[in-house]
Design a protein around this ligand. Structure first.
Ligand SMILES: C[S@@+](CC[C@H](N)C(=O)[O-])C[C@H]1O[C@@H](n2cnc3c(N)ncnc32)[C@H](O)[C@@H]1O
Length: 268
């Protein structure tokens, strides 16, 4: 155990070389890196990308514009589908982006259809065995799937995990890296690369000033101090989802959650 003498006289004394090291940026990769990674794979004009779990189709629209692709933006939530339709219409891209209301587990799309699957921040919510089987089915042989997914680490304590998963509609098995990799392989998706980003995106956001974890922690503290009253007025699920959403990025910084990027290829 650290002694008081050691702690105050040495470890926490001014002029710590360790503290100076921590002040230096590690030049973390940000969210743009996923688009750069996709671009580096060489998508060709006219190819089809399916954005699985596309929310408002913002990414599908961007990929179509940047690479002259066609896209299918697929999401099971009617509110997202409605927003996606509006965004595609506003972008004047109705001929290039089709909107489909469906989940990854049963995609109403033909076999061997897609050159690319883009799947960002979705796989934690889904039945991966069925989802990967569907992805392998709709990809043409040699087609590739780029996915960003958040994994749990051994630092996420069981009670923290339980609360987080329940509040955010997360399938517990889906955040296990070995399970995810096995399910993808069983579906016939060959692993090309995997990159554990750890806290990089969050560090980048803080360094760029686009996210302040202090804001989330401040709101979390306010929520905790009035939890009972807030639950009465807004309902337990709403309060739990807000709290878990604010913990998400903080847990990534603490290493309890580890974002990762996978690239798979459908075999011949
Ligand atoms: C965290 S959001 C990510 C949205 C978008 N891909 C992005 O990166 O901003 C998760 C998305 O997954 C969608 N989703 C949830 N369950 C799904 C499923 N079974 N199949 C496909 N998408 C699903 C949600 O509706 C939501 O749009």
């Amino acid at each position: 155990m650290t002694s008081i003498q050691e702690l105050y006289g040495e470890l926490w004394a001014e002029g710590s070389a360790l503290e100076l090291e921590l002040e230096r940026s590690l030049e973390p990769r940000g969210t743009e890196w996923l688009f750069e990674t996709f671009a580096a794979l060489g998508p060709k004009r006219g190819e089809l990308v399916v954005d699985v779990g596309s929310r408002d189709a913002g990414h599908a629209i961007r990929l179509v514009r940047e690479h002259e692709l066609h896209a299918i933006a697929l999401d099971p939530v009617p509110l997202h589908v409605e927003r996606a339709r509006r965004a595609v219409a506003e972008a004047g891209l109705e001929d290039a982006v089709e909107i489909v209301e469906a989940g990854i587990e049963a995609m109403p799309l033909a076999d061997d259809l897609a050159d690319w699957i883009w799947c960002r921040d979705v796989l934690v919510h889904v039945d991966q065995a069925r989802g990967f089987a569907e992805c392998a089915r709709i990809l043409r042989p040699g087609g590739r799937m780029l996915a960003y997914v958040t994994l749990a680490t051994e630092l996420l304590e069981p009670r923290e995990a339980e609360r987080l998963f329940e509040a955010l509609a997360i399938v517990p098995e889906s955040v296990d890296s070995a399970g995810l990799e096995n399910r993808a392989a069983a579906a016939g998706l060959k692993l090309v690369s995997s990159t554990r980003l750890e806290g990089e995106w969050r560090e980048r956001m803080i360094e760029d000033g686009t996210w302040d974890p202090g804001d989330d922690l401040l709101r979390l503290s306010r929520l905790r101090r009035r939890e009972g009253e807030l639950i009465e007025r807004h309902g337990e699920a709403h309060v739990a989802a807000r709290a878990a959403g604010k913990l998400w990025g903080v847990y990534q910084l603490l290493g309890k959650l580890c974002p990762a990027v996978y690239l798979w290829e459908r075999g011949a």
